[in-house]
Write a protein that binds this ligand. Structure first.
Ligand code: PEP
Ligand code: MN
Length: 335
């Protein structure tokens, strides 16, 4: 349920609404928007709460949210949410490109990639230090040393960092070294991890699980938001289907569907969804045309020797080419 109040409702009016919610053993979550002030009510709603709340001063209307996810739903927050990453606006009018290698390997690889992707127009640098790998024998990342190299690349270029966190025990250290914490597809339903990043005041990107429905995915975002962290963005990275030629199947329709169901920014990952470098640019362009707020692209100085995901990684030249085409599509859909 959401309680819509006038945008200039007084602190006393707001406190009274929050107190009544707490008196019922429920949790209020308040957002002051530009147009109105909204209080979300989290928990199992008693039948007569709506009538009670409608009578309180400052309340314009009380709406039952029909979706199982509340804070993530468009019903709760009709305007698009913008998540600030440093001074980069994710969810604003311009698509944001996050680019870098699948995994951090060494300083030269990280710094040269950071410089190249920045020069081509990427705004956020990616790189995995803790890698979820299907096989336990594959390279599983450099851990803390990798986080330190990401920090070096940030110092060299000024680019904010996105990197994956795999376990609640690593949340504090990863938060210390990064600007956005990535929840990987394989961890989308790791509820302890979602709770742990929900306690941060730092952006989190929740990738779609390999076989997750839109509702399950939005409920994963809801976990983070219910913990008090509203700086959440989503990432469509392809789902498991029967086709073997591509690594996963990019669900382009997820982009407009999520924008309809939710106010959270939606990023597209054509690298993991296709698994092949020559499919990354066309699928990236499709995602931008479909309304994605940004892209996650794997880039490596020499994909042939990458320790992880080389076949889907773009060279610097290919990445620069992708960026030109992304700008062209962005301009075309804006006109
Ligand atoms: C990644 O971004 O490197 C990654 C492992 O992605 P996903 O969780 O989508 O497989
Ligand atoms: Mn990867």
């Amino acid at each position: 349920m959401i309680i819509v109040m006038t945008k200039d409702s007084s602190t006393d009016q707001l406190r009274l609404v929050e107190k009544r919610i707490l008196d019922h053993g429920l949790k209020p979550q308040t957002f002051r928007g530009q147009e109105r002030c909204v209080v979300g009510v989290l928990g199992t709603i008693p039948p007569d709460l709506k009538d009670e709340m409608e009578l309180l001063p400052g309340v314009i209307e009380v709406i039952r949210v029909t979706k199982p996810y509340k804070l993530a739903s468009r019903e709760f927050h009709p305007e698009n949410s913008v998540v600030m990453v440093g001074n980069v606006m994710v969810g604003g009018p311009e698509p944001v490109v996050m680019a870098g290698p699948c995994s951090v390997e060494d300083e030269e690889q990280m710094v040269s990639t950071a410089r190249a992707v920045k020069a081509a127009g990427a705004q956020i640098l990616r790189g995995g230090a803790y890698k979820p790998r299907s096989s336990p024998y594959s390279f599983r990342g450099m851990g803390l040393d990798g986080l330190k190299l990401l920090q070096t690349a940030k110092q060299e270029t000024g680019m904010p960092i996105i990197t994956e966190v795999m376990t609640p025990a690593d949340v504090d250290i990863v938060a210390q070294y990064s600007d956005v914490l990535q929840i990987g597809a394989r961890n989308m339903q790791n509820y302890n991890l979602l709770d742990a990043v929900g306690e941060l005041d730092k952006p989190v990107m929740v990738k779609r699980g390999l076989a997750a429905s839109y509702e399950e995915w939005l409920l994963a975002a809801e976990y983070v938001m219910a913990g008090g962290n509203t700086k959440v963005m989503l990432c469509e990275r392809g789902i498991r289907a029967f086709e073997q030629y591509t690594r996963f199947t990019m669900d382009v329709a997820a982009i407009p569907v999520i924008k309809r169901l939710s106010h959270l920014p939606i990023i597209a990952d054509p690298s993991h969804s296709t698994g092949k470098w020559y499919l990354v640019t066309p699928v990236a362009l499709a995602a931008i045309a479909a309304g994605a707020h940004g892209l996650l692209i794997e880039v490596h100085p020499n994909p042939d020797i990458a320790k992880c995901d080389g076949p889907q990684s773009l060279t610097f030249a290919n990445f620069s080419n992708l960026m030109h085409q992304v700008h062209a599509v962005t301009a075309a859909i804006a006109s």
